[in-house]
Design a protein around this ligand. Structure first.
Ligand SMILES: [Fe+2]
Length: 258
């Protein structure tokens, strides 16, 4: 995996994006390609319209606090657990861990104040079937998010492996590959018509992508807040193709998603 200069700094630097000293030059997040635009602050993240093929905005941040300690302290079952304020505040943490909790809750409040419905999640592996018979449609498979109206995805990883993106130019929809389409058509048992398109959509098959073997992918990094374009009616740019990282045994991820 080709990674970018994303700062991996949760808990490493006692500074935060709003109040701390500026990030050292070598920790600055640089846009990995022409589809990603780096913004200076939250206002720019919210006010920028996707255009000129840009389908991902990144607000780079170096967050104060020990997010890994929060992940370690959480006793959660396998799968995704939504974290609420009460649960996070009840954890036994040192000052750095508590600071991390406050940072996460502040992010949550910031997005809620802008009319979004964010969620803080702990991902402790996934419970999906990795070997889906017809076609993988889990979050660890490259995909685009979709919405019925203009609604972008917001994403920040606080601890653990981060999400991965790829330029649309290096991707093709699985359902457009003749062999895959034939297999899905056989499962559907009808003609390649509107009903089949509905079948593809109902099962999210049409949202998943193959990536060219030598395609450069980019890492979303840790601490940065991203806003990525979804597939929705009238979207001005191609949606951002991305995926969650493959789960690592014993590693819990902490993230914000909206
Ligand atoms: Fe997604």
């Amino acid at each position: 995996m080709k990674t970018t200069a994303g700062a991996h700094a949760a808990g490493e630097m006692a500074a935060d994006a709003q109040n701390g000293p500026p990030m050292p030059e070598d920790r600055l997040f640089k846009a990995p390609n022409d589809r990603v635009r780096v913004v200076a602050d939250f206002d720019e993240l919210m006010s920028t319209r996707f255009a000129d093929q840009v389908n991902a905005l990144c607000w780079p941040r170096v967050l104060a606090g020990d997010f890994d300690a929060v992940a370690a302290a959480l006793q959660v079952p396998r799968g995704i657990t939504h974290l609420d304020e009460e649960m996070l505040r009840a954890l036994e943490l040192n000052a750095a861990g508590k600071r991390a909790v406050e940072t996460m809750l502040a992010d949550l409040a910031l997005l809620e104040a802008h009319g979004l419905q964010p969620s803080l999640d702990c991902v402790n592996g996934y419970t999906h079937d990795d070997a889906a018979d017809l076609l993988r449609t889990d979050v660890c498979s490259f995909h685009v998010d979709s919405a019925t109206a203009e609604a972008d995805t917001f994403l920040c990883t606080y601890s653990g492996a981060c999400s991965i993106g790829v330029m649309n130019e290096h991707t093709t929809r699985h359902v457009d590959a003749p062999e895959t389409r034939q297999r899905l058509l056989a499962a559907h048992g009808g003609a390649d018509d509107e009903a089949f398109e509905e079948f593809l959509s109902d099962h999210f098959f049409d949202l998943h992508y193959a990536v060219a073997p030598d395609a450069p992918v980019y890492a979303f990094g840790v601490g940065h807040l991203w806003r990525i374009a979804t597939l929705h009616p009238g979207c001005a740019v191609p949606p951002c193709v991305h995926r969650a990282p493959d789960p690592l045994p014993g590693q819990k991820r902490l993230l914000l998603i909206s």
